[in-house]
Design a protein around this ligand. Structure first.
Ligand SMILES: *[C@@H]1O[C@H](CO)[C@@H](O)[C@H](O)[C@H]1NC(C)=O
Ligand SMILES: *[C@@H]1O[C@H](CO)[C@@H](O)[C@H](O)[C@H]1NC(C)=O
Ligand SMILES: *[C@@H]1O[C@H](CO)[C@@H](O)[C@H](O)[C@H]1NC(C)=O
Ligand SMILES: [Zn+2]
Length: 557
């Protein structure tokens, strides 16, 4: 899942203009009517008086603190997830966003959507019951527009694709599409409702790479945005008619390109709520979009990322960026006034996302057990802002300094309490922190260091490994380097092997075996192959005992 946007350039322009207008408005309203601002602060003081030992001036009101558990092609052991529950609760999480994708046990016509190693119904039911019993609300996430690779990749559902060669997006205009999606939603929702009635269902709808491309869609003569909105409306109508008490959440990124004028022609949604997802250190949030969401939807949610946002092949989340992301989000929503007026926008909840892959077809990114320090940091920041902070970022503060101040002032103690370490967000290092997953984290830190050493070795001018592939074709290698280099390369292969062995042991506590194999082989394949290739070249060269007369024809390849 990566919410990049086709509309970004446009959005930037719009964002700048919106900032200018809103800035002017803020300037005028604060200067001409300072009493508005004064009132806000006073009100908060009243509310806050009895809350903490500090006299907090401001706090965020988020009813939902949701942790995203992304299981796509990533079978976490349910027993592990269960052990996380008390820890999550203690850190303020009250809901779980379950993105099952192919790990859900579908049946009937949808049977093949499930991975063969998907959860078994009784096991999943037991886990969910435990979570609900401990006070968590469960919000399933079922993609219903884009990111349907796990279904559309199959021959049975190929005909529902928007574009024949791309399995990600479904065509909303084909007759069978809505029936298929209804079926999909029913299986997941009925399963959950039998355990406990769902208050929310998340239907995804982000990162739609192919809209309005097929003949069926084009025939409708609608713009992309309207195709999108119609589909969301149809889905929410279907859900509303069958599950009237369930509210529908969508990721908001496809709404961001809708112009303010266009919104005039769009009806208010009564049962749909957008989730504004931004994972950068400085979330790019459009005031204008927020204002439109505020007008058109009952509530707005926000989403940060504790992992799954630092690159498709990242092994560790960037703690510095993850911390800034959530800190700046909190700083943004605290007392957020739309246009500086008295209309304060209340945000319903925050989803702390942790994608396990950017999509079904992408390699795995950071592992959950390795990302716990980042999760802790996210949760501590949210918890602190929820209970009240007495200092927020001022306009002319250096944001980094202020983050530091904030961290040291409020979080240091709590990080020590949680993980017994002084987490240094600048050096992006959680070494020394105690958490379930630290051994696994240690193994991959060693592997990362080893890969770093290997890079230096390949670039080492003395060892001349860079020249080997070329000159081996002409039998021109200094024999005296061969034995030494073979030993060096073999030594690295052995070290990788040892770490792989440790990684298997550690990872097996958290994941099913198929995924353990995928992850470790994926991480080491490339480098092992390179080492092995060089060893083979040297070994073959060892048999050469007679050389040619020079010069040699180097263009003869
Ligand atoms: C699932 O896939 C298998 C193998 O391709 C196929 O034989 C079977 O009919 C499919 N099942 C359903 C329910 O479509
Ligand atoms: C979706 O809703 C529109 C009206 O909003 C309707 O014309 C269309 O037939 C619906 N499509 C499906 C697939 O239900
Ligand atoms: C070198 O090899 C190429 C390709 O076989 C050939 O075309 C060329 O004439 C050779 N040059 C000499 C100097 O033999
Ligand atoms: Zn279509």
């Amino acid at each position: 899942m990566r919410f990049c946007c086709k509309v970004r350039t446009w959005r930037k322009k719009f964002f700048t203009i919106a900032i200018l207008i809103i800035g002017l408005y803020l300037f005028l309203s604060y200067n001409l009517l300072p009493i508005w601002f004064g009132n806000t602060i006073t009100e908060d003081l009243e509310i806050q008086k009895h809350i903490g030992e500090l006299p907090p001036r401001v706090r965020v009101s988020l009813n939902y603190v949701v942790m995203h558990i992304d299981l796509k092609r990533t079978p976490l052991n349910l027993a592990y997830l269960e052990t996380l529950l008390p820890f999550l609760k203690e850190h303020g999480v009250n809901s779980l966003l379950m993105e099952y994708e192919d790990m859900f046990p579908y049946e009937g016509k949808l049977l093949n959507l499930s991975a063969e190693n998907c959860y078994k119904k009784p096991d999943l039911k037991r886990f969910l019951s435990t979570a609900i019993g401990s006070g968590f609300e469960i919000i399933p996430l079922v993609q219903t527009f884009g990111h349907l690779e796990y279904a559309l990749k199959l021959s049975e559902f190929q005909h529902l694709r928007e574009m024949p060669l791309y399995p990600d997006s479904i065509c909303p205009s084909k007759e069978d599409s809505m029936a298929f999606l209804k079926h999909l939603l029913e299986q997941v929702m009925d399963f959950h409702n039998a355990i406990s009635p769902l208050k929310h269902i998340h239907i995804g709808c982000n990162e739609l790479y192919h809209v309005n491309k097929c003949e069926h869609c084009k025939k409708r003569g609608l713009e992309e945005t309207h195709i999108f909105l119609h589909h969301v409306k149809n889905l929410s109508d279907v859900i509303k008619s069958q599950y009237p008490d369930t509210t529908v959440l969508i990721w908001d990124d496809m709404l961001r390109g809708i112009k303010p004028k266009e919104w005039d022609h769009i009806d208010k949604f009564t049962k749909v709520e957008p989730v504004y997802w931004e994972s950068g250190a400085y979330p790019l949030v459009s005031h204008s979009n927020l204002f439109m969401y505020h007008m058109k939807f009952p509530h707005i949610w926000i989403a940060s990322a504790f992992k799954g946002a630092d690159g498709r092949t990242a092994t560790f989340p960037d703690l510095g960026i993850r911390y800034q992301n959530v800190f700046n989000w909190m700083n943004f929503i605290i007392n957020y006034n739309s246009g500086g007026g008295e209309q304060k926008i209340k945000f319903r909840g925050i989803i702390i996302t942790g994608c396990s892959r950017y999509s079904h077809m992408d390699p795995p990114c950071e592992l959950l057990p390795i990302s716990i320090p980042s999760l802790v940091l996210n949760l501590l920041v949210v918890r602190r802002f929820k209970s009240g902070v007495d200092e927020i970022l001022q306009e002319d503060d250096d944001p980094r300094d202020s983050n530091e101040v904030f961290l040291y002032k409020y979080l240091k103690k709590e990080v020590v309490k949680s993980m017994q370490c002084n987490l240094d967000i600048d050096s992006v290092d959680s070494s020394g922190c105690v958490f379930d997953g630290m051994e696994l984290s240690g193994v991959f830190k060693s592997l990362t260091t080893l890969f770093h050493d290997l890079k230096s070795m390949f670039n080492d001018k003395e060892l001349s490994l860079e020249s080997v592939e070329f000159y081996s074709q002409f039998d021109l290698i200094n024999k005296n380097t061969v034995a030494y280099n073979i030993e060096k390369l073999n030594n690295y292969l052995k070290q990788i092997g040892d770490l792989e062995y440790k990684a298997v042991l550690e990872m097996s506590q958290y994941y099913k075996r198929d995924f353990v194999n995928e992850y470790i082989n994926y991480k080491t394949f490339h480098i092992k192959k390179k080492l092995q290739r060089l060893i083979n070249i040297y070994k073959t060269y060892n048999h050469v005992s007679v050389w040619r007369r020079t010069p040699i024809n180097f263009t003869s390849l």
